[in-house]
Design a protein around this ligand. Structure first.
Ligand SMILES: *[C@@H]1O[C@H](CO)[C@@H](O)[C@H](O)[C@H]1NC(C)=O
Ligand SMILES: *[C@@H]1O[C@H](CO)[C@@H](O)[C@H](O)[C@H]1NC(C)=O
Length: 323
């Protein structure tokens, strides 16, 4: 930031050639900053696209397979999972924070680039939390609107091991994407099951339509429009492989990207037929997400890419004005 500011203040000393180059540079930066949120997301530099072979029942995730997955910790103990949606924001479940409102956010931290919980490596980045934006209409009885946006005190630096996921723009977009495969990931520590694994686990699941999931023998009408069910065809539910607040992510073959389709919300323990995992349906929260991210950006202590782009985008306009 300081170096960019310095470039700007040095402008009068530049000759015309240098000036044109600088202008081009700044405009390019602006354009890339403006398009970046959905331009570079949902891709995993270290791992090939999912193959056709199914992962039934869960397994250890290859390193770098889920670079948007984070561990949200209280006093350095894994508490919930979350998903990176931008360098400064992580999406998780409201139930991860609602009952813990009395705990100061200073006791929480967000850890990215983590494979084994017990062994953070060179690729790990740790951030503190500057704000927790719970959904205003969260209902702790029905679990409706179980989404929360966590604003970090400073942005993650994206690497091969740390990347943002894509999010669907709306419900129609979610359908158009025609996902071929969906996966749940987590360290298995939910408050529903208690068990915890050290290495990040992954399991393949299938999206289950709401009508089926609401059948009397399934969830009997508990599934709202803001929720989506996912589990295994076989009926052996994989919800205990998941993790509160963590991602239900689906692969779009057309776009060769992963989208965050759901946020792990509730569900019965593993292996209960017709009781698949229930997820907050992110396509229903696209507008909320946009508003929150925009509103919370100036509150950050660190430099937000949006803020940088806003600042960078001012000079060309000023410079192009006639004197
Ligand atoms: C939904 O998102 C798609 C893809 O971005 C867009 O083309 C469409 O206009 C959106 N529909 C509505 C109703 O906002
Ligand atoms: C959706 O994807 C499947 C393969 O996964 C393909 O057979 C089908 O034609 C696709 N549908 C559309 C509308 O693109």
């Amino acid at each position: 930031m300081t170096s960019l500011t310095r470039i700007y203040s040095n402008l009068p000393k530049l000759n015309e050639m240098e000036f044109k180059e600088l202008l081009l540079f700044v405009i390019t930066l602006c354009l890339s900053a403006l398009t970046s949120p959905q331009d570079s997301c949902g891709q995993r530099p270290l791992v090939a696209p999912p193959g056709m072979s199914r992962i039934v029942g869960g397994r250890e995730a290859p390193e770098g397979a889920w670079p948007w997955q984070v561990s949200i910790q209280i006093q350095s103990i894994h508490h919930c999972s979350g998903t990176i949606v931008s360098s400064l924001t992580v999406l998780t479940a409201t139930h991860c924070f609602h009952k813990f409102r009395s705990i100061s956010t200073s006791h929480f931290r967000v850890v990215a680039g983590l494979c084994a919980l017990s062994a953070p490596g060179d690729q790990t980045q740790i951030r503190s939390i500057s704000k927790v934006q719970m959904h205003e209409d969260y209902n702790d009885v029905t679990s409706d609107n179980d989404v929360t946006l966590v604003l970090l005190s400073s942005p993650f630096a994206f690497t091969d091991y740390i990347q943002p996921v894509c999010t669907p723009h709306n419900v129609t977009h979610e359908l158009i994407l025609n996902f071929s495969q969906c996966f749940i990931t987590g360290w298995g520590s939910t408050y529903y099951t208690g068990g915890q694994t050290n290495r990040l686990q992954e399991a393949e699941v299938e999206l289950i339509d709401r009508r089926t999931c609401n059948l009397m023998t399934w969830y009997n009408g508990l599934i709202t429009e803001n929720m989506i069910c996912a589990g295994l065809e076989s009926g052996a539910s994989d919800s205990c492989q998941g993790d509160s607040g963590g991602p239900l992510q689906c692969y779009s073959e057309d776009e060769d990207r992963f989208y965050l389709v759901g946020v792990t919300s509730f569900g019965y323990m593993c292996g209960v037929p017709r009781k698949p995992g229930v997820y907050a349906r992110t396509s229903r929260f696209a507008a909320w997400l946009n508003t929150c991210q925009t509103a919370s950006a100036p509150a950050a202590h660190g430099l937000h890419t949006g803020l940088i782009s806003a600042l960078l985008c001012v000079p060309p306009m000023l410079l192009l004005n006639p004197h």
